[in-house]
Write a protein that binds this ligand. Sequence first.
Ligand SMILES: Nc1ncnc2c1ncn2[C@@H]1O[C@H](COP(=O)(O)OP(=O)(O)OP(=O)(O)O)[C@@H](O)[C@H]1O
Ligand SMILES: [Mg+2]
Length: 442
Amino acid sequence: MTVLIRPRERDAIVASLRAGVVPRVGQQHVQVGRTAEVRAVVTDITRIADGGASSRFVIGEYGSGKTFFLHLARSIALEKRLVTMHADLSPDRRLHATSGRARALYAELAGSTATRARPDGGALAGVVERFVTKALSEADTTGVDPESMIHTRLETLTESTGGYDFAQVVAQYWRGHDGGDDQLKSDAVRWLRGEFTTRSDARRALGVRTVVDDGSYYDHLKLMSRFVCMAGYDGLLVCLDEMVNLYKLSNAQARAANYEQILRILNDSSQGTAAHLGFLFGGTPDFLLDTRRGLFSYPALASRLAENAFASDRLVDHSGPVLRLGNLSPEDLYVLLTKLRHVYASGDPAAYLVPDEALTGYMQHCATRIGDAYFRTPRETIKGFLDLLALLDQHPDLDWRSVIGGVDLAPEPEPGFGLPAEGTRPTPDRAGTDDELVSFRL
Ligand SMILES: Nc1ncnc2c1ncn2[C@@H]1O[C@H](COP(=O)(O)OP(=O)(O)OP(=O)(O)O)[C@@H](O)[C@H]1O
Ligand SMILES: [Mg+2]
């Protein structure tokens, strides 16, 4: 039976990959390898849904598939009724700062809030609305006064740090909802999104004394993880990509302060002080292993994140906080090309534009043009293949053999580091035994 891929999803996947970025939806249609890693993340998601917490570091070389993996995890989490947030760290978005740069990270995360119904982000207002309508319908069935129902439900939050104002703001949203005051509703959502920068503005608009700021944003994430459960979701997964930006901070004190924040998150997830909350951090081996600037330069983290002493290339331990993404293999890449061909044809084998031998032919072409990187860091290979399909699609009279030679392929550029060539870059282990070409199905 032919299972067709929805046109919107198909177009989104093809457009993203051709632009060299990871698709936000439909990763399962192209995903290869990473079976054990996916399993580990599914375990985390189950733990989060059960009321626990988790933190994982997804470590891989440039272009090896970290972002892809985070997006895949995010899609799985959405399927499992979690709310997700996603942001890249940058010089202006950090885990610890004193000049608004941590609040900026929070605002980015909050804006990216996604649910299954709104996987593209911007779902926070919908989550608050859902909390309110859920509480109101409960009030209705139990005959309790709506306002006291809202307050009772929010009461548990008020015991946590920052929870009092958080609850006040949600209650203001309800007042806006009840009285048809859209401005009040949107102010409440703006506050929750970390978009108020001054206390006086917040006081004027919402009657609260605080705003989400550098010092309080993490407490807000913890509040948010409990709040989303009150709205009917199972927890919150926060994905933080491009963690290498912390490694690149030149100021040692600033780096240490950021690493301390990571330690706090890690401790909270292992000591049970966070509930329904998970973190995935995406970073390069330097970010983790470099003993001068990386996480391993911070002793408390080095001991927490050290590998299982009994683990080896063949015996990978996926229960620790670090998930090392091995490089994709040529076999993985072959499977990937078959999937790209399948997606391009919207899932209809009768519409395939090239036969199997074109896949191997293309791989050979890439091997000579790009070298090993064609399968280890496959961004360019994927782009090129889709370019090839696009040409064949528009010119049905062309033979794939005549086109392959013309596909322009550049080796993947090494991103500028902004650092002198100092730290050695350890190669991650190919994740042991999971060479079998299985892929995860939702
Ligand atoms: N498991 C996978 N299955 C299918 N495609 C993948 C997989 N992993 C990575 N890719 C594809 O490989 C390319 C590179 O992946 P990605 O951008 O995730 O790498 P990265 O490690 O985040 O790179 P960078 O270090 O530049 O941020 C993307 O086109 C992505 O879609
Ligand atoms: Mg990336």
